[in-house]
Design a binder for this molecule. Structure first.
Ligand code: DC
Length: 235
């Protein structure tokens, strides 16, 4: 059975990772959260006081960083590890979130993580979510989805997510952070966030997670079926 790559890009808090995780589980594919990788690098930079404007320091730091994903039997999900330490909770905190866009705009950071992500998806059978998967990491991905949603709805979703983790933030603060991240993510020089020409645009403002999953799964299964059909015809 031939496998495919499902690339899900879009703005923060549009439901990308929740949808991607569920789609991956249904297809029995690996889920790769590329945002977690940028967050782990950001955490390392903060903890080690790396000057973002010093290319030598950044390059050396990137050599010292090892990021991996390991299954967590309690949550049945994968946790992010930074140099062998579980940082899944830490990287979601607001002090990391506030720094992640400037860190992910650094060319060296992007080059390193994009190469890592390409290795992870080399054998296909992955659902990857991020900002540049369909444009830069896997421009040849068989299914590309670009997610968007109303800013206030996104802020409410993020506030709920943070609350569940014990962080209370007011809506204005979250709106400000989302706007700022959108600005940096879409205007950076290196692989800015934009919809790939062949990506399916999905506005999730009025959609439930189940509907989002169904939409992406339909695209993916159709593609898998047609790919395997044409393959068997050739044989
Ligand atoms: O998906 P997220 O909110 O966890 O991502 C955190 C940040 O990482 C986001 O603001 C931009 C950056 N990012 C990126 O530049 N490229 C990716 N492929 C994934 C995330």
């Amino acid at each position: 059975m031939k496998k495919i790559i499902v690339a899900i890009d879009g703005y923060s808090a549009c439901g990308k990772s929740t949808t991607a995780k569920l789609v991956a589980a249904q297809l029995n594919y690996a889920y790769i959260d590329t945002g977690a990788m940028y967050r782990a690098v950001t955490l390392y930079f903060i903890e080690n006081h790396i000057a973002l404007t010093n290319p030598k320091e950044v390059t050396q730091a990137l050599r010292d960083i090892n990021i991996s994903f390991q299954p967590n039997p309690k949550t049945q999900r994968s946790d992010t590890y930074l140099n062998g330490i579980n940082v899944e909770n830490e990287i979601r905190k607001m002090y990391v979130t506030q720094q992640v866009s400037p860190v992910s705009a650094i060319t060296e950071v992007r080059k390193t993580l994009v190469a890592e992500q390409q290795k992870m998806g080399k054998r296909k059978g992955v659902v990857m979510d991020g900002r540049d998967i369909g444009t830069t990491v896997f421009p040849e991905a068989e299914v590309k989805v670009f997610m968007d949603a109303d800013l206030t709805v996104r802020a409410h979703r993020r506030q709920k997510e943070l609350m569940e983790k014990g962080e209370t933030l007011n809506l204005e603060e979250i709106v400000h952070n989302l706007k700022e991240r959108d600005r940096i993510d879409t205007t950076r020089e290196e692989s800015p966030l934009r919809k790939a020409a062949d990506a399916h645009y999905l506005d999730t403002t009025y959609m439930t997670i189940d509907e989002e999953v169904e939409y992406v799964l339909h695209l993916a299964t159709s593609r898998i079926i047609s790919l395997n059909k044409s393959n068997s015809t050739i044989c």
